[in-house]
Design a binder for this molecule. Sequence first.
Ligand SMILES: [Mg+2]
Length: 187
Amino acid sequence: MKKIGLFDIDGVIADTGKAMIDIVQNDLNKKWVSVEDIVEYDVTKLSWLNNHEIEHLLTKFCQPEFYYYIPPMPYAAEVTDILRQKGWEIILVTARPPFLYDITLYWLKKYSIHFNSLISSRPEEKINYCVNNDKCFLVEDRGDLLLQIEEKMPQMKLFIYDQPWNRRINIGKRIKTLKEIVEVLGI
Ligand SMILES: [Mg+2]
């Protein structure tokens, strides 16, 4: 049976929260804000941003340069390398729109992230790449999406990458670093 590891990118492989906070601190001059203050997945719901600031951030999120400067999550290169060596097929499934595909590919190579395929998918379509057995796992930071997937794919292993915007949701195995995946899988 094929072993498949599905990884989301933003908030899992890429430290997108950190990149967003860099903009908030430097462009919006809110030096006191940290990643811990991103308590909503949807930035338009963050109480510490006004409409003008939200617009500034949303504009940045549409620019390929933003994605160029995102730092990788710790152990992303090492863990994907180990999994590939142990026979896991790694599929990166991201909700980033297709116009960000090239910069994403460039970024993944730059940081030596190992993978078999990179798929741009709408969030609700991520489930199409899941397989309902214990030889398939998904790592995701979006809690609502994991809840939907768990309902339809109860056999799959689900990892929720701990982020301030998903702490209210109790689902799957909560991990604070990607290294924990290797431990849970017993590799
Ligand atoms: Mg994400």
